[in-house]
Design a protein around this ligand. Sequence first.
Ligand code: SF4
Length: 475
Amino acid sequence: MRSLVLIGHGSHLNGESAVAAYRYAELIRARGLFDEVIEGYWKEEPSLRQVLKTTASTDVTVIPMFISEGYFTETVIPRELGLGHQGPVPPEGIARVIGGRTVRYTLPYGVHPGMADVIVARAREVVPELGPDGPDDGIDTALIVLGHGTTRNENSSRVIYENAARLREGGLFSEVHALFLDEESRVTGWADLVRAPRVVIVPFFASEGWHTLETIPEELGLSGVVTPFPDTPHGPQQVHYARPVGTHAAVAEVILHLAEEARGAGGPGGDTERGHEAAWQAFLTLARRGARVGELLVTPELGVFEIRNALDEGRPGGDLMTLVTPEGVRDRVRFTDGGEHRPVHTLRSLPRGWRAVLNEADLRRAVHYTYPAVVEETYAHGCHALRPTPWATTARRQTGIYAKVQRAVPEQVERVAERVCGGCLRTRLWAGDRLTHSFLDGVPGGMPCAEACTFLVAEVREEVARKKAAAASDD
Ligand code: SF4
């Protein structure tokens, strides 16, 4: 049995950020090479601290869905997963046994050599005449691999240079240039460098966004997919602007190669993780009788299950939108009724107006999407196996922009927690609160919180920053 975990950044503010990992997870799930494909996030749920607990097998391959190596892939993700490693990840990845699971952590997909093929695939979308040995129409074509670039992280540009070198060797393009938005050599100077009459620009970006949709076209004066430049130092040229590499379906192949190289898709695999399975069996026993889990009402119906917001109890099915897949539930419960993103799923804001009819296997996945890691953590709490992490420990672990939460005094943390956690179903074990009964005992809102979530950490950081700004203005 094998589990694959894709780690995305996620966002506390914007639901779009998580979508790429969901999309690749779906593509890989459909291939059937792993028994399960789970998504985990830095700023959404299941969080990096929780995600390994949500895997069903003892053989877990973890792939960071990032375009280059850097702070997240080398510091944040290994630290939060508990890999006991900081710094550059070797090409063969890192393997550790954590809580009875063998966890293999790989390099981010963006640095895999297979990304050169994804760049070519993007280029072919805007220049279909690119044959296997070069353009079929005889027009010289130059390629610009466009990176963001930053002087703070040399890895960010290294991956661009490496891909440009690979593609230069491939001979498909008459010229290949590595150019950047925010460091030298800048893409704004492309016309002085590139001689070929046809120029393809492929953004080496993880997703479509502000840069790919706005700043790049604006800075280069692009008017669409194809823009003629009749008067450049090298004569008339035509720029073909491709979509970013990170959203191409072929990235799923790169992810699978990475997983194979980490031996996650080969070898004998692992076993069913017993604690995880026991948790879900406890949940299913409850569900077969009908249950409330947080704001969710679970009703068994002729061999399938119906779930809906408990506030919609008694409403005719015809009044509600009927969902039939775990993904449908996922996409519904990620937003409030008002359309706001829900980075913390146990906040009491589960949307209404829907029901889902699911078989038992899909019920598990739908509940996982509705309340990530809650079944596993609640069961572990009932077995006295969930160890709370006090605030001080969570704060000490923070780095980068979150390190300033270490300066928060207990009263500040409590004030923020009252506001944030007051709207959450979970009970703050990390603050010393006690949870005597859980939804597994028939108390719907009984769910443990073993550790302050990243949403709360971010809010405490804001509070510290506000206080500092207020003190400065008083001075
Ligand atoms: Fe809920 Fe607060 Fe725990 Fe976050 S820290 S999951 S808001 S109880």
